[in-house]
Ligand binder design. Sequence first.
Ligand code: MV4
Length: 451
Amino acid sequence: MFKKVLIANRGEIALRVIRACRELGIATVAVYSEADRESLHVRFADDDVCIGPAPARDSYLKIPRIIAAAEIAGADAIHPGYGFLAENAEFAETCAASNIAFIGPTADQIRVMGDKAAARNAMTKVGVPIIPGTPGPMEDAEEALICAREIGFPVIIKAAAGGGGKGMRVATEPDDFVRSFQLARSEALSAFGNGDVYVEKYLARPRHIEFQIMGDRHGSVIHLGERDCSVQRRHQKLIEEAPSPGLTPELRAAMGDAAVKGAKAIDYVGAGTMEMLLNDDGKFYFMEMNTRIQVEHPVTEMLTGVDLVKEQILVAAGEKLSLTETPAYRGHVIECRVNAEDPARNFQPSPGRLDVFHPPGGPGVRLDTHVYTGYVVPPYYDSLIAKLICQGRDRSEALRRMQVALESFVVEGVTTTIPFLARVMANKHFQAGEVDTKFLERETDLLREPA
Ligand code: MV4
C-alpha cells in the first residue's frame, strides 16, 4: 500500500481524500496556493507545500510544481481529485515517469475518453449505443451538411476535444448549418488547440443519466448505479439524485449493462462515469466518459455504502475491488450543491467572509464542506462551498429531509444558492421527478425570491 499520498487539489474534495487516506493509515501531503494558506486541507494533512500564487494556472495546474512537491515530501502517489489536472493525460504520464502512482486511470484511458470522437468509436465497436452522427470529425462544411441532412435536423456540432458542454453549437435547419459549422471549428481551435468537430442528432429534452463505474487491474469492472443529473444550468450540475425517477428497472439494467460493457472495452481502471442521454422516446445513448471521481460521488456512496475514494486508492495500489458486483441500493439519495452565488444575478459568484456558517445534520444527512464560520471564500476558484446529501427510505423521505436540511442551513455574509435549492425542492415538476436538461430554462421563476 502507499505510504504517503499528495492531494493535488483544494476545497472539499481535498478534505474528502485526506479522510480516506487516514482511514487506510496513509500519510497525506496538501498542496496549496497563496490564497489557500488558511484552508482546512492544509491543516488536516500531515505535510503541506505551497505551490504558487492564487490563480490556478500558477499553482494547482502547474505540473512541475506538483511533481516537485511530491518528491520533496516523499509522496509515492498523487490523488488529483476533480477539475484541475484530474483528466490531464500528460499529468498522469509525468507521475508515472517520476515513479509516483497516479490515483486514476492510465494516461491512454484518459486520452481516448478525452477525445469525444475517439470515445464514440470505441463505444460503437462494442455495441454501446451512441447518438446517431458522423463516424468521425468532419473537415469540409458542405460534406458535413450532407451528413447533417441524413442525420436529420436539428443537429448539434461538438468539438472532439470539448466535453462538459464546451464547444457545442446547435443547427436547427440546413440554412444556418454551414455558418454554425465554421464557427464551431474556429471556436474549437482557439479554445482547445484542436479544431476537430463532429455532428450528432440533437435531442431536444433528454435526461442526463450517468453510471458510476469502478474497475481494477485484475479485469473486474462493475457499476454502482446511476445518478440523474438533469437539473443543470449552463452545464453546471446543481442537483443530482439516485435512483433516477425516470428509469424503469428494465431500462436501468440495460443502461447499466451498456455502461459496464463500454468501460470494459478500454479495460478501465479506477473510478469513472459513463454519461448517457435518455431521450423522451425511451432510447438511451452514450455521451461521454469522465475519467475522474466526480463532485456528485457521495450520492452513490450513500446509496450503496461503498467508499469510492478508498476503492480508488486500493485499486491504484494494485488491489482488487472490495466488491464483485453492483451492491443493493439503500432507498433514495438527493444531493444539492451549495454555491456562494446569486441565482437572481445569473449565478454571479459572491466571494467573501462567512460571518455565520451553521450546517444542518440528523439521520440520513451528509455535508461535505471545507468552510467554517470566519472562512473567506476566495474569488479565484469555483464557488462550491458545500454539498448537502440526504438519504431516505424512498424519494419522498429523501426529499423531505433535504427540505428540512436546507431550511435549517444558515449561511451569512455571502449570497448562497440555498434559498433557490429550497424552491426547486418545492417545485411540483421536481417533486414529480419530471426533470430534463431544459428544466431550469422553463422554470425561470425559481431563480428569484418570490415578492
Ligand atoms: C447533447 C444534447 C442534445 N443532443 N447532444 C451537454 C454537455 C455535453 N457533455 C453534451 N451536452 C449535450 N449534448 C445531443 N446530441 C444536449 C446536451 C445538453 C445537456 C446534456 C446534459 C445535461 C445538460 C445539458 C444541457 C444542455 C445541453
